[in-house]
Design a binder for this molecule. Structure first.
Ligand code: PEP
Ligand code: MG
Length: 889
């Protein structure tokens, strides 16, 4: 095993081993670009170090060999007294973790070599400044000295001299500061600052390894869902200096505009400076275009290199560079981050340039980005005062009055106010308030905090961890950095896509992408047009490529029509219980309370025409496309009054001695139907089996509606779906009755309805006996909500608000299994059930209608296991289409 790679030995595909930075430095080196020579120590070496507490034994010799080669190439030795080779030691993991891990510059400087550097550079001040930076950075990150101590000493030196910036300190000041810094190191660590260059380097490498496991790095990885066991590579690179005078400098650049994708010169340049100075914002940078005036040769070379990089990577790249006395050096490149809109535009631009094909273009965008483009957005032009920024935890644009506790949130929203719930952090007690609010703002916590997790689960806008905003819940106010105070009732606007928090109401505009899907997009704003064109083209690529069909979960004509506009190829789940809300609830109540056959029949007869009318509308909206109607699923008590409220009402009435007969009967029924575990109780197919006539009525309504549409020259394609089946016997009994009803309707209406009957697979037993169940089912639709609930034993209605935050924080899972399919557990049941079902019935139609049907990652899974379609809520259809295309590309 090889632990060290020269930059000439690696390439961009070795990110696992060399980290992103190392792999790309190698790639640039091999392209012949001017990269300062160096080498990369692999992530494997880091893993060995982290597991055993020591470097792999071979590593030291390998590092020596590579250092020798580096020294030979540079014609000077690390730390050589008269002309020292200096190196940087930089972290670089597979995934970029900006600022999370350690970097040490100027390794090789010592009491012996500082004069040599000064002589070579012809600049005494520069040499002492480099040395003091080394001791400071090394002391803090490698030796663990409190960084404040160095900062204070630096401040004191400036104060004593009566100046405000570092630049005003001269060589003598800095030389004194070096002595002082060395003193701090000795005092704090009990050892002298190491003068031996190789020892400096070895300790720095070790410190970078260790920085993989600092608390902040771990936290960042959890938030970004980066696995904790990857380790970091270490890049040892010969130093070049951008701070040697006006003919030196440092900058960052993009090969095209990361916001629009347009060609042009994008970046910033800072003359006579090092990279850290840019980040620290000590002086103002100038636009990169100005470099042309400052140093035309370097500018031209840089433009040439950016062209090379973009053609080579076939994508937008961002780069860091340094100019040392008129000589350009490339310090880093990578495929650049971009906004969601830019991702779509750039992908199509690259297709037009012939750099990538459609399949590759699909890999350059994601469903999550498309979802982001579909949220309503603030009209930035009309934005009011920016109060602060937090983490963009759950996208959307929400406006409302500030409230600081859940009780007020609920109370105000009941009286019709829109509110934003503002808390330092939320906990499960805030759930009602979160539901009532338009959006949630917290000053603490990251992307996996309670607020963030729950808000995402509810599809609610959330900005979390806005630390600069001081939330005082006791006094019901929030203070922004400028001193602006937001009292309860003041209007604020929060942007869950950018993390920005504004004072007052920022107007919201619908997303142009949704306007496009709705067919309402008018030409006009050029910018929106360009975005919509790009989305339109990417959707066409996806539709041409995908194998999965995409259906909608919809239970009324309006949703069905929208779903169709959004590209749905049918309805995969019509939840009929949604048709029994409002005034119809009482009809179901009557059915439940019926004592006699006559009462029951009367109740069913009253429901039949209503159900039928629902289905006629639905079949019309989806004419020519399949519509899966699921028979009644939820536990019956959901249709009855709340047990506590009713008990109180009856008790009060009894005390007044005017209890009414009906309420008493109702209370009895409520008691009788009360279940400790309703989700595992009398619901789904079990209802059909114990309430005579219920399923028959629903099947009759479906059949009669289909017949009516047929006779009106429509093309209804109804499918009857039985929920919560655990064994084929249940299905057989229901089926027999259903077949009979359908035959009756067909005979009476003179139609051949070709209705199919299938089942949901949403219990482990159903999945495990799918081979048997397929005997009685023409299709399966995986109900992954209930399947996840029953496989994990997680109550789907409770856990996300109770212990999921802890699970996410502990890394037990990176994302809720109710959001993204658990491939190993629930997924393997799905995979096996698909196999067993198809073995019994090769033409078995297979789909999924749980929430996972619209989740990007899960769509890829369903593609892999060979389902025929996914079904999801109307707004997620474009995302599912895109991801189905990406999965097949
Ligand atoms: C499911 O369980 O996945 C499903 C789609 O049914 P419901 O969510 O209505 O229980
Ligand atoms: Mg279900």
């Amino acid at each position: 095993q090889k632990f060290v790679y020269d930059f000439t030995e690696g390439n961009k595909d070795l990110k696992d081993l060399l980290g992103g930075k190392g792999a790309n430095l190698a790639e640039m080196t091999n392209l012949g670009l001017p990269v300062p020579p160096g080498f990369t120590i692999t992530t494997e070496a880091c893993k060995v170090y982290l597991a055993s507490g020591a470097e792999p034994p071979e590593m030291r010799d390998e590092v020596s060999a590579h250092l020798d080669a580096l020294e030979a190439g540079m014609g000077k030795k690390l730390g050589q007294a008269d002309d020292p080779l200096l190196v940087s030691v930089r972290s670089g993991a597979k995934f970029s973790m900006p600022g999370m891990m350690d970097t040490v510059l100027n390794i090789g400087l010592s009491d012996a070599s500082v004069a040599g550097l000064a002589a070579q550079a012809g600049n005494e001040r520069f040499a002492w400044d480099s040395y003091r930076r080394l001791i400071q950075m090394f002391g803090k990150t490698v030796l663990g000295v409190d960084g404040e101590l160095f900062e204070e000493a630096l401040e004191e030196t400036k104060r004593a001299k009566g100046v405000t910036t570092d630049v005003d300190l001269d060589a003598a000041d800095l030389q004194r500061l070096v002595e002082e810094f060395k003193g701090i190191v000795s005092k704090e660590t009990g050892r002298d600052f190491p003068q031996e260059p190789r020892e400096q380097m070895d300790l720095a490498i070790r410190a970078v390894f260790e920085s993989w496991n600092t608390d902040r790095a771990k936290l960042y990885r959890r938030q970004e869902r980066i696995p904790g066991d990857l380790g970091t590579a270490v890049n040892v690179c010969s130093m070049v200096f951008g701070n040697l005078g006006p003919d030196s400098g440092t900058g960052v650049a993009f090969t095209r505009d990361p916001a629009s994708g347009h060609a042009g010169v994008y970046g910033d340049y800072l003359q006579n400076a090092q990279g850290e100075d840019v980040v620290a914002g000590i002086r103002n940078t100038v636009p990169l275009a100005d470099l042309e005036q400052l140093d035309k040769a370097s500018y031209d070379q840089l433009m040439q290199i950016m062209q090379t990089l973009e053609t080579h990577y076939k994508d937008l790249c961002d780069i860091e560079f340094t100019i040392e006395r008129g000589k350009l050096w490339m310090l880093q490149t990578r495929v650049g981050k971009r906004t969601a809109g830019a991702a779509f535009r750039i992908a199509t631009q690259l297709v037009d340039q012939g750099l990538i094909d459609e399949a590759e273009a699909l890999q350059r965008v994601s469903g999550a980005q498309l979802a982001q483009l579909m949220f309503p957005r603030f009209d930035e032009k009309a934005a009011t005062e920016l109060l602060g920024r937090g983490i963009a935890a759950s996208p959307g644009a929400a406006v409302g009055k500030a409230v600081f506790d859940s009780y007020t949130a609920v109370k105000w929203s009941r009286s019709g106010e829109k509110v934003i719930l503002i808390r330092r952090e939320t906990n499960p007690d805030d759930l009602n308030g979160m539901i009532a609010a338009e959006g949630i703002l917290t000053s603490r916590g990251g992307k996996t905090s309670h607020a963030a997790v729950v808000a995402r689960g509810m599809g609610k806008t959330c900005v979390c961890g806005a630390e600069e905003l001081e939330v005082d819940t006791k006094r019901r106010r929030m203070t922004a950095p400028g001193g602006v105070v937001i009292e309860e009732g003041d209007v604020v606007s929060i942007d869950g896509s950018s993390g920005k928090v504004y004072l007052g109401e920022v107007p919201v505009v619908p997303s142009p992408v949704v306007e496009y899907f709705e067919g309402r997009m008018h030409a006009g704003a050029d910018d929106a047009d360009e975005l919509v064109q790009a989305v339109h083209r990417m959707m066409a690529y996806a539709d041409r490529t995908r194998r999965l069909r995409v259906r909608a979960n919809a239970d009324n004509a309006e949703d069905a029509a929208r779903a169709r506009r959004f590209g749905a190829q049918g309805i995969g789940l019509c939840r009929t219980e949604h048709m029994f809300l409002g005034e119809r609830r009482e009809m179901v109540e009557r059915l439940i309370l019926a004592d006699t056959d006559a009462d029951r029949d009367a109740a069913l007869d009253a429901l039949l025409p209503l159900q039928k009318a629902d289905f006629v509308e639905l079949f019309e909206a989806m004419d020519g496309l399949p519509v899966t109607v699921r028979l009644l699923d939820p536990p019956l008590h959901e249709f009855l009054p709340d047990i506590t409220e009713l008990s109180v009402r009856v008790a009060l009435a009894e005390a007044r001695q005017d209890a009414n007969e009906n309420d008493l009967r109702l209370l009895q029924a409520v008691h009788k139907l009360h279940e400790q575990n309703p989700m595992l109780g009398l619901r789904g197919v079990r209802l059909g089996l114990v309430i005579p006539g219920l399923f028959a009525m629903q099947v009759r309504a479906i059949a009669e509606a289909a017949a009516e549409r047929k006779n009106a020259k429509g093309d209804p394609r109804a499918e009857v779906m039985i929920p919560l089946v655990g064994t084929v016997q249940e299905l057989e009994i229901v089926r027999e009755e259903a077949d009979q009803v359908i035959a009756e309707v067909e005979a009476a209406t003179g139609t051949n309805l070709k209705l199919t009957i299938g089942t949901m697979i949403e219990l482990p037993r159903a999945a495990l006996t799918a081979g048997q169940i397929a005997e009685a089912a023409e299709f399966f639709s995986f109900g992954t909500n209930d399947l996840t609930q029953t496989v994990w034993g997680f109550s789907r209605d409770d856990v996300e608000a109770s212990f999921f935050t802890a699970y996410l924080e502990k890394g037990i899972f990176g994302v809720s299994p109710f959001e993204t399919i658990d491939r190993d557990g629930v997924g393997s049941l799905v995979r096996e059930a698909v196999k067993a079902g198809r073995a019994t019935r090769p033409d078995l139609k297979l789909g999924v209608c749980g929430e996972h049907g619209g989740d990007p990652e899960s769509v890829h899974f369903f593609h892999e296991v060979g389902l025929d379609y996914v079904s999801c809520s109307p707004f997620r259809i474009p995302v599912a289409r895109l991801e189905a295309g990406r999965a097949a590309a």
